[in-house]
Design a binder for this molecule. Sequence first.
Ligand code: GLV
Ligand code: MN
Ligand code: MN
Length: 412
Amino acid sequence: MKLDVNRDRLSAEIEELASISDAVPPAVTRIVFTPTDLKARGWLVSLCEKAGLSVRQDAIGNIFARWTGFESHAPAVGTGSHIDAIPNAGKYDGVVGVLGGLEAIRSLQASGFHPKHSIELLVFTSEEPTRFGIGCLGSRLLSGTLSADAARKLADKEGTLLEDVRRKAGCNGRLEEVKVPSGYYKAFVELHIEQGPVLEQQKVPLGIVTSIAAPASLSISIEGAGGHAGGVLMPGRRDALCAAAELILAIENEARSSGALDTVATVGICEVFPGAVNSIPSRVHLSVDIRDTNLERRDAVMQMMAGAGDAIAGRRQVEIRKEVLNADAPAQCVPAIVEALSASCKKHQLNFVPMVSRAYHDSLFMSSVAPVAMLFIPCRNGYSHRPDEYASPEDIGRGVLVLAETLASLAA
Ligand code: GLV
Ligand code: MN
Ligand code: MN
Protein backbone atom coordinates (compact mmCIF):
# COMPACT_ATOMS: atom_id res chain seq x y z
CA MET A 1 0.00 0.00 0.00
CA LYS A 2 1.55 3.30 -1.13
CA LEU A 3 -0.05 6.23 0.67
CA ASP A 4 0.02 9.63 -0.98
CA VAL A 5 -1.45 12.56 0.90
CA ASN A 6 -2.56 15.32 -1.44
CA ARG A 7 -1.33 18.28 0.63
CA ASP A 8 -2.25 20.90 -1.99
CA ARG A 9 -5.84 19.74 -2.21
CA LEU A 10 -6.10 19.65 1.58
CA SER A 11 -4.60 23.15 1.99
CA ALA A 12 -7.00 24.52 -0.64
CA GLU A 13 -9.95 22.93 1.16
CA ILE A 14 -8.85 24.34 4.53
CA GLU A 15 -8.71 27.80 2.93
CA GLU A 16 -12.10 27.34 1.31
CA LEU A 17 -13.72 26.29 4.57
CA ALA A 18 -12.10 29.27 6.33
CA SER A 19 -13.81 31.55 3.81
CA ILE A 20 -17.21 30.31 5.05
CA SER A 21 -17.10 32.47 8.15
CA ASP A 22 -18.73 35.37 9.94
CA ALA A 23 -15.45 37.13 10.75
CA VAL A 24 -13.06 39.33 8.81
CA PRO A 25 -10.19 37.12 7.49
CA PRO A 26 -7.90 35.70 8.70
CA ALA A 27 -10.24 35.31 11.70
CA VAL A 28 -12.88 32.58 11.49
CA THR A 29 -16.20 32.57 13.32
CA ARG A 30 -18.61 29.72 12.71
CA ILE A 31 -21.21 29.28 15.42
CA VAL A 32 -23.32 26.15 15.43
CA PHE A 33 -26.50 26.20 13.34
CA THR A 34 -26.02 29.75 12.05
CA PRO A 35 -26.56 30.15 8.27
CA THR A 36 -22.75 30.15 7.95
CA ASP A 37 -22.38 26.87 9.84
CA LEU A 38 -25.14 25.33 7.71
CA LYS A 39 -23.41 26.50 4.53
CA ALA A 40 -20.12 24.96 5.73
CA ARG A 41 -21.87 21.69 6.54
CA GLY A 42 -23.47 21.58 3.07
CA TRP A 43 -20.09 22.22 1.43
CA LEU A 44 -18.49 19.47 3.50
CA VAL A 45 -21.22 16.94 2.76
CA SER A 46 -20.76 17.53 -0.96
CA LEU A 47 -16.99 16.86 -0.59
CA CYS A 48 -17.73 13.60 1.22
CA GLU A 49 -20.23 12.55 -1.43
CA LYS A 50 -17.73 13.38 -4.13
CA ALA A 51 -15.36 10.96 -2.38
CA GLY A 52 -18.02 8.24 -2.69
CA LEU A 53 -18.89 8.18 1.03
CA SER A 54 -22.47 7.57 2.17
CA VAL A 55 -23.54 10.44 4.34
CA ARG A 56 -26.14 10.59 7.07
CA GLN A 57 -26.95 13.09 9.77
CA ASP A 58 -28.42 12.39 13.21
CA ALA A 59 -30.96 14.42 15.18
CA ILE A 60 -28.36 16.74 16.72
CA GLY A 61 -26.65 17.28 13.38
CA ASN A 62 -23.63 15.01 13.82
CA ILE A 63 -22.56 14.05 10.29
CA PHE A 64 -21.38 10.50 9.51
CA ALA A 65 -19.66 9.89 6.17
CA ARG A 66 -19.01 6.18 5.71
CA TRP A 67 -16.67 4.23 3.49
CA THR A 68 -18.34 0.86 3.77
CA GLY A 69 -16.05 -2.04 4.50
CA PHE A 70 -16.38 -5.50 2.97
CA GLU A 71 -17.70 -6.73 6.32
CA SER A 72 -20.34 -4.04 6.37
CA HIS A 73 -21.87 -5.09 9.71
CA ALA A 74 -18.58 -5.21 11.60
CA PRO A 75 -17.94 -2.32 14.05
CA ALA A 76 -16.68 0.80 12.27
CA VAL A 77 -13.43 2.65 12.72
CA GLY A 78 -14.23 6.30 13.35
CA THR A 79 -12.23 9.46 12.81
CA GLY A 80 -13.15 13.14 12.70
CA SER A 81 -13.59 16.26 14.77
CA HIS A 82 -15.60 19.51 14.47
CA ILE A 83 -15.94 22.49 12.12
CA ASP A 84 -17.64 24.99 14.42
CA ALA A 85 -15.34 27.80 15.52
CA ILE A 86 -15.49 30.19 18.46
CA PRO A 87 -15.73 33.92 17.73
CA ASN A 88 -12.47 35.26 16.28
CA ALA A 89 -10.88 31.82 15.93
CA GLY A 90 -8.39 30.42 13.43
CA LYS A 91 -8.64 27.99 10.51
CA TYR A 92 -7.32 24.76 11.97
CA ASP A 93 -8.98 23.85 15.28
CA GLY A 94 -11.22 20.86 14.52
CA VAL A 95 -10.93 21.42 10.77
CA VAL A 96 -7.62 19.51 10.53
CA GLY A 97 -9.35 16.44 12.01
CA VAL A 98 -12.32 16.69 9.65
CA LEU A 99 -10.70 17.65 6.33
CA GLY A 100 -7.56 15.71 7.31
CA GLY A 101 -9.75 12.68 8.09
CA LEU A 102 -11.39 13.00 4.69
CA GLU A 103 -7.97 13.31 3.01
CA ALA A 104 -6.79 10.21 4.91
CA ILE A 105 -9.77 8.28 3.52
CA ARG A 106 -9.17 9.56 -0.01
CA SER A 107 -5.50 8.61 0.15
CA LEU A 108 -6.46 5.10 1.30
CA GLN A 109 -8.96 4.83 -1.54
CA ALA A 110 -6.30 5.92 -4.04
CA SER A 111 -3.83 3.39 -2.64
CA GLY A 112 -6.15 0.52 -3.55
CA PHE A 113 -6.78 -0.42 0.11
CA HIS A 114 -10.12 -2.14 0.82
CA PRO A 115 -11.24 -1.86 4.45
CA LYS A 116 -12.79 -4.85 6.16
CA HIS A 117 -14.33 -2.59 8.83
CA SER A 118 -16.13 0.49 7.55
CA ILE A 119 -14.24 3.74 8.07
CA GLU A 120 -16.51 6.54 9.21
CA LEU A 121 -15.69 10.24 9.18
CA LEU A 122 -17.55 12.11 11.93
CA VAL A 123 -18.26 15.81 12.07
CA PHE A 124 -19.48 16.51 15.59
CA THR A 125 -22.01 19.23 16.28
CA SER A 126 -20.93 22.14 18.47
CA GLU A 127 -17.68 21.02 20.02
CA GLU A 128 -17.39 24.64 21.08
CA PRO A 129 -19.59 25.85 23.93
CA THR A 130 -20.17 29.30 22.38
CA ARG A 131 -23.87 29.12 21.65
CA PHE A 132 -25.40 26.72 24.17
CA GLY A 133 -22.88 27.10 27.01
CA ILE A 134 -21.73 23.49 26.92
CA GLY A 135 -19.04 22.03 24.67
CA CYS A 136 -19.14 18.77 22.71
CA LEU A 137 -22.93 18.70 22.37
CA GLY A 138 -22.83 16.19 19.52
CA SER A 139 -20.40 13.75 21.13
CA ARG A 140 -22.08 14.07 24.55
CA LEU A 141 -25.40 12.96 23.04
CA LEU A 142 -23.79 10.38 20.80
CA SER A 143 -22.07 8.78 23.78
CA GLY A 144 -25.06 9.11 26.12
CA THR A 145 -23.14 11.48 28.44
CA LEU A 146 -25.88 14.10 28.01
CA SER A 147 -29.49 12.96 28.13
CA ALA A 148 -32.01 13.98 25.48
CA ASP A 149 -34.07 15.64 28.25
CA ALA A 150 -31.14 17.76 29.43
CA ALA A 151 -30.32 18.72 25.83
CA ARG A 152 -33.90 19.84 25.22
CA LYS A 153 -33.58 22.33 28.09
CA LEU A 154 -30.55 24.08 26.57
CA ALA A 155 -31.10 27.56 25.17
CA ASP A 156 -28.85 30.20 23.65
CA LYS A 157 -28.38 33.76 24.95
CA GLU A 158 -31.46 34.95 23.09
CA GLY A 159 -33.48 32.26 24.87
CA THR A 160 -33.96 30.18 21.71
CA LEU A 161 -34.12 26.49 22.55
CA LEU A 162 -31.61 24.07 21.03
CA GLU A 163 -34.65 21.99 20.22
CA ASP A 164 -36.07 24.72 17.95
CA VAL A 165 -32.70 25.67 16.47
CA ARG A 166 -31.80 22.13 15.46
CA ARG A 167 -35.20 21.48 13.89
CA LYS A 168 -34.97 24.72 11.93
CA ALA A 169 -31.57 23.46 10.73
CA GLY A 170 -33.26 20.36 9.35
CA CYS A 171 -32.36 17.92 12.15
CA ASN A 172 -35.75 16.41 12.82
CA GLY A 173 -35.19 13.01 14.38
CA ARG A 174 -35.56 12.17 18.10
CA LEU A 175 -32.65 13.15 20.32
CA GLU A 176 -33.12 9.83 22.13
CA GLU A 177 -31.87 8.11 18.97
CA VAL A 178 -28.55 9.96 18.77
CA LYS A 179 -26.72 7.62 21.17
CA VAL A 180 -24.87 4.95 19.21
CA PRO A 181 -25.43 1.33 20.22
CA SER A 182 -22.60 -0.29 22.14
CA GLY A 183 -20.13 -1.96 19.81
CA TYR A 184 -20.93 0.46 16.97
CA TYR A 185 -17.29 1.59 16.88
CA LYS A 186 -14.23 -0.64 16.97
CA ALA A 187 -12.04 2.41 17.53
CA PHE A 188 -12.06 6.19 17.24
CA VAL A 189 -8.98 8.29 16.36
CA GLU A 190 -9.01 12.09 16.26
CA LEU A 191 -6.36 14.21 14.54
CA HIS A 192 -6.05 17.72 16.01
CA ILE A 193 -3.65 20.63 16.33
CA GLU A 194 -1.93 20.59 19.71
CA GLN A 195 -3.23 24.01 20.85
CA GLY A 196 -0.14 24.33 23.03
CA PRO A 197 3.62 24.79 22.48
CA VAL A 198 5.13 21.42 23.49
CA LEU A 199 5.64 19.84 20.05
CA GLU A 200 7.08 23.00 18.58
CA GLN A 201 9.40 23.53 21.55
CA GLN A 202 10.58 19.92 21.45
CA LYS A 203 10.88 20.01 17.64
CA VAL A 204 8.84 16.83 17.34
CA PRO A 205 6.31 16.56 14.49
CA LEU A 206 3.73 14.37 16.21
CA GLY A 207 2.20 13.83 19.65
CA ILE A 208 0.27 10.72 20.61
CA VAL A 209 -2.27 11.55 23.28
CA THR A 210 -2.44 9.14 26.20
CA SER A 211 -5.02 11.02 28.32
CA ILE A 212 -7.37 13.99 28.11
CA ALA A 213 -7.72 16.39 31.06
CA ALA A 214 -10.98 16.66 32.99
CA PRO A 215 -12.89 19.88 32.20
CA ALA A 216 -15.53 21.63 34.28
CA SER A 217 -17.40 24.83 33.64
CA LEU A 218 -19.61 26.94 35.82
CA SER A 219 -21.91 29.88 35.40
CA ILE A 220 -21.81 32.29 38.34
CA SER A 221 -24.15 35.18 38.99
CA ILE A 222 -23.45 37.85 41.59
CA GLU A 223 -26.27 40.07 42.73
CA GLY A 224 -25.44 43.25 44.63
CA ALA A 225 -27.09 46.65 44.66
CA GLY A 226 -26.86 49.31 41.96
CA GLY A 227 -27.09 53.06 42.38
CA HIS A 228 -25.66 56.43 41.47
CA ALA A 229 -21.84 56.43 41.17
CA GLY A 230 -21.71 59.84 42.82
CA GLY A 231 -24.57 59.63 45.27
CA VAL A 232 -23.91 56.31 47.04
CA LEU A 233 -21.00 56.62 49.49
CA MET A 234 -18.45 53.82 49.75
CA PRO A 235 -19.49 52.40 53.14
CA GLY A 236 -23.00 51.59 51.90
CA ARG A 237 -22.04 49.86 48.69
CA ARG A 238 -22.78 46.31 47.57
CA ASP A 239 -20.89 46.47 44.30
CA ALA A 240 -21.31 43.22 42.35
CA LEU A 241 -18.24 43.83 40.16
CA CYS A 242 -15.92 44.37 43.14
CA ALA A 243 -17.17 41.06 44.58
CA ALA A 244 -16.58 39.44 41.18
CA ALA A 245 -13.05 40.85 41.07
CA GLU A 246 -12.25 39.23 44.42
CA LEU A 247 -13.77 35.96 43.31
CA ILE A 248 -11.82 35.95 40.02
CA LEU A 249 -8.55 36.42 41.90
CA ALA A 250 -9.52 33.74 44.43
CA ILE A 251 -10.13 31.29 41.57
CA GLU A 252 -6.76 32.13 40.02
CA ASN A 253 -5.04 31.74 43.37
CA GLU A 254 -6.67 28.35 44.03
CA ALA A 255 -5.53 27.00 40.67
CA ARG A 256 -2.01 28.40 41.16
CA SER A 257 -1.67 26.85 44.58
CA SER A 258 -3.05 23.38 43.76
CA GLY A 259 0.48 22.02 43.81
CA ALA A 260 0.43 20.89 40.16
CA LEU A 261 0.99 22.70 36.89
CA ASP A 262 -1.80 20.61 35.40
CA THR A 263 -4.42 22.63 37.29
CA VAL A 264 -5.75 25.54 35.22
CA ALA A 265 -8.65 27.90 35.86
CA THR A 266 -9.97 30.69 33.66
CA VAL A 267 -12.74 33.23 33.99
CA GLY A 268 -13.40 33.85 30.31
CA ILE A 269 -16.61 35.86 30.49
CA CYS A 270 -17.48 38.75 32.80
CA GLU A 271 -20.72 40.56 32.00
CA VAL A 272 -21.55 43.64 34.03
CA PHE A 273 -25.03 45.08 34.48
CA PRO A 274 -26.06 47.79 33.79
CA GLY A 275 -22.64 48.63 32.31
CA ALA A 276 -22.61 52.42 32.65
CA VAL A 277 -19.65 54.47 33.88
CA ASN A 278 -21.76 56.35 36.42
CA SER A 279 -23.74 53.41 37.75
CA ILE A 280 -22.66 50.96 40.46
CA PRO A 281 -22.67 47.40 39.01
CA SER A 282 -25.69 45.63 40.45
CA ARG A 283 -25.23 42.28 38.73
CA VAL A 284 -22.33 40.33 37.24
CA HIS A 285 -22.25 37.09 35.33
CA LEU A 286 -19.04 35.06 35.21
CA SER A 287 -18.20 31.96 33.19
CA VAL A 288 -15.53 29.81 34.79
CA ASP A 289 -13.51 26.98 33.22
CA ILE A 290 -11.46 24.67 35.48
CA ARG A 291 -9.41 21.71 34.25
CA ASP A 292 -6.94 19.18 35.54
CA THR A 293 -5.59 15.80 34.55
CA ASN A 294 -6.46 14.69 38.10
CA LEU A 295 -10.15 14.61 38.98
CA GLU A 296 -9.74 14.96 42.76
CA ARG A 297 -7.51 18.01 42.36
CA ARG A 298 -9.96 19.61 39.87
CA ASP A 299 -12.87 19.01 42.23
CA ALA A 300 -10.88 20.39 45.17
CA VAL A 301 -10.43 23.68 43.28
CA MET A 302 -14.19 23.77 42.64
CA GLN A 303 -14.88 23.24 46.34
CA MET A 304 -12.38 25.87 47.45
CA MET A 305 -13.92 28.26 44.96
CA ALA A 306 -17.34 27.68 46.52
CA GLY A 307 -15.85 28.41 49.97
CA ALA A 308 -14.21 31.61 48.71
CA GLY A 309 -17.53 32.65 47.16
CA ASP A 310 -19.38 32.18 50.47
CA ALA A 311 -16.79 34.27 52.31
CA ILE A 312 -16.93 37.08 49.72
CA ALA A 313 -20.74 37.03 49.70
CA GLY A 314 -20.83 37.38 53.50
CA ARG A 315 -18.27 40.14 53.65
CA ARG A 316 -19.66 42.18 50.76
CA GLN A 317 -23.35 41.51 51.36
CA VAL A 318 -23.97 40.19 47.85
CA GLU A 319 -25.67 37.01 46.69
CA ILE A 320 -23.53 34.56 44.72
CA ARG A 321 -25.28 31.76 42.85
CA LYS A 322 -23.42 29.13 40.92
CA GLU A 323 -24.51 26.55 38.40
CA VAL A 324 -22.20 23.72 37.34
CA LEU A 325 -22.70 23.34 33.58
CA ASN A 326 -20.42 20.35 33.26
CA ALA A 327 -17.89 18.51 35.40
CA ASP A 328 -16.48 15.70 33.30
CA ALA A 329 -14.01 12.98 34.17
CA PRO A 330 -10.67 12.69 32.35
CA ALA A 331 -10.29 10.08 29.60
CA GLN A 332 -7.54 7.52 29.20
CA CYS A 333 -6.56 6.60 25.66
CA VAL A 334 -6.59 2.89 24.95
CA PRO A 335 -3.14 1.22 24.66
CA ALA A 336 -4.06 -0.74 21.50
CA ILE A 337 -4.95 2.46 19.60
CA VAL A 338 -1.94 4.31 21.01
CA GLU A 339 0.15 1.37 19.84
CA ALA A 340 -1.41 1.48 16.34
CA LEU A 341 -0.52 5.18 16.11
CA SER A 342 3.04 4.57 17.36
CA ALA A 343 3.54 1.74 14.85
CA SER A 344 2.33 4.01 12.03
CA CYS A 345 4.77 6.76 13.08
CA LYS A 346 7.62 4.23 13.19
CA LYS A 347 6.68 2.80 9.79
CA HIS A 348 7.06 6.26 8.27
CA GLN A 349 10.13 7.07 10.41
CA LEU A 350 8.41 9.96 12.12
CA ASN A 351 9.41 11.00 15.59
CA PHE A 352 6.64 11.34 18.22
CA VAL A 353 6.13 11.98 21.92
CA PRO A 354 3.37 10.74 24.22
CA MET A 355 1.39 13.63 25.64
CA VAL A 356 -1.61 14.78 27.63
CA SER A 357 -4.37 16.76 25.95
CA ARG A 358 -5.13 19.77 28.10
CA ALA A 359 -7.87 20.93 25.77
CA TYR A 360 -11.01 18.83 25.67
CA HIS A 361 -12.12 17.18 22.49
CA ASP A 362 -14.97 15.04 21.23
CA SER A 363 -12.68 12.07 21.92
CA LEU A 364 -13.19 12.70 25.65
CA PHE A 365 -16.82 11.65 25.24
CA MET A 366 -16.22 9.10 22.50
CA SER A 367 -14.04 7.29 25.04
CA SER A 368 -17.16 6.08 26.82
CA VAL A 369 -18.44 4.26 23.71
CA ALA A 370 -15.22 3.35 21.87
CA PRO A 371 -11.55 2.75 22.44
CA VAL A 372 -10.00 6.13 21.54
CA ALA A 373 -6.68 7.85 21.03
CA MET A 374 -5.66 11.17 19.50
CA LEU A 375 -2.87 12.39 17.28
CA PHE A 376 -1.53 15.93 17.69
CA ILE A 377 0.39 18.05 15.21
CA PRO A 378 2.26 21.26 16.12
CA CYS A 379 0.72 24.70 15.74
CA ARG A 380 2.83 27.83 15.50
CA ASN A 381 3.76 29.25 18.93
CA GLY A 382 1.12 26.95 20.39
CA TYR A 383 -1.50 29.55 19.39
CA SER A 384 -5.10 28.44 19.07
CA HIS A 385 -8.53 30.03 19.44
CA ARG A 386 -7.11 33.14 17.78
CA PRO A 387 -6.92 34.31 14.16
CA ASP A 388 -3.17 33.71 13.81
CA GLU A 389 -3.52 30.00 14.63
CA TYR A 390 -1.38 28.18 12.04
CA ALA A 391 -0.30 24.66 11.19
CA SER A 392 1.99 24.11 8.21
CA PRO A 393 0.92 21.94 5.25
CA GLU A 394 3.96 19.72 6.00
CA ASP A 395 2.88 19.11 9.60
CA ILE A 396 -0.73 18.56 8.57
CA GLY A 397 0.44 16.19 5.82
CA ARG A 398 2.46 14.12 8.31
CA GLY A 399 -0.55 13.92 10.63
CA VAL A 400 -2.82 12.78 7.82
CA LEU A 401 -0.30 10.18 6.67
CA VAL A 402 -0.06 8.64 10.15
CA LEU A 403 -3.84 8.85 10.56
CA ALA A 404 -4.39 7.06 7.24
CA GLU A 405 -1.88 4.34 8.12
CA THR A 406 -3.55 3.89 11.53
CA LEU A 407 -7.06 3.75 10.07
CA ALA A 408 -5.84 1.11 7.63
CA SER A 409 -4.35 -1.04 10.39
CA LEU A 410 -7.48 -0.72 12.55
CA ALA A 411 -9.88 -1.38 9.66
CA ALA A 412 -7.99 -4.28 8.11
C1 GLV B 1 -12.01 23.05 23.32
O1 GLV B 1 -12.19 23.86 22.43
C2 GLV B 1 -11.52 23.42 24.60
O2 GLV B 1 -11.89 24.52 25.10
O3 GLV B 1 -10.71 22.66 25.16
MN1 MN C 1 -11.64 24.90 20.07
MN1 MN D 1 -11.03 21.53 18.65
